[in-house]
Design a protein around this ligand. Structure first.
Ligand SMILES: *[C@@H]1O[C@H](CO)[C@@H](O)[C@H](O)[C@H]1NC(C)=O
Ligand SMILES: *[C@@H]1O[C@H](CO)[C@@H](O)[C@H](O)[C@H]1NC(C)=O
Length: 142
């Protein structure tokens, strides 16, 4: 690799890291590599949960939309971006999918025949410098 290529690579790596590092809460040090707990009111977490929930709905062939009713565990790991590792409960709402309602306006099904809840493990990768978040893994059980 020529010197200018090395410099370019270094500059782009530093730019990427800088963006990642500045994504944390003020005063928080984010260590690359090891997963750490995310505060429940973290903005990035709320977005990651929503992205994974939309992905779940897109993959499910249920007639109703589901929404995340509880985040049981949330961790964040710095990898190629920020990886959110989530354990959530996701529950059936009263909104029929085909009506295309906004998920955030949908109430959960009351206890009864249509009530259903899954526990899911979601992994969402955030690439802040591309303004992109995608679900990379989803595993659910009843
Ligand atoms: C749902 O999945 C299909 C096929 O994978 C894709 O074309 C579509 O854009 C997805 N919709 C949403 C809302 O993610
Ligand atoms: C991280 O969160 C989980 C569940 O929310 C908790 O059990 C665990 O003790 C927390 N770990 C740290 C290091 O705070």
């Amino acid at each position: 690799m020529r010197t200018y290529e090395k410099v370019l690579l270094l500059v782009s790596l530093l730019t990427a890291l800088e963006v990642v590092w500045s994504m944390g809460e003020p005063g928080e040090v984010m260590v690359p590599g090891s997963p750490s707990n995310v505060s429940k009111n973290d903005k990035g977490l709320a977005k990651a949960v929503l992205v994974a929930t939309y992905f779940f709905n897109n993959q499910s062939n249920d007639a109703y939309l589901f929404r995340t009713s509880e985040v049981e565990k949330a961790q964040r790991q710095i990898v190629k971006g920020i990886r959110y590792i989530l354990e959530v409960r996701i529950s059936r709402t009263v909104c029929l999918k085909r009506l295309g309602r906004d998920l955030l306006d949908c109430e959960l099904q009351p206890e009864g025949r249509l009530h259903q809840m899954f526990r899911c493990h979601f992994v969402v990768l955030s690439l802040p410098w591309l303004d992109m978040m995608t679900t990379t893994s989803i595993r659910c059980q009843q």
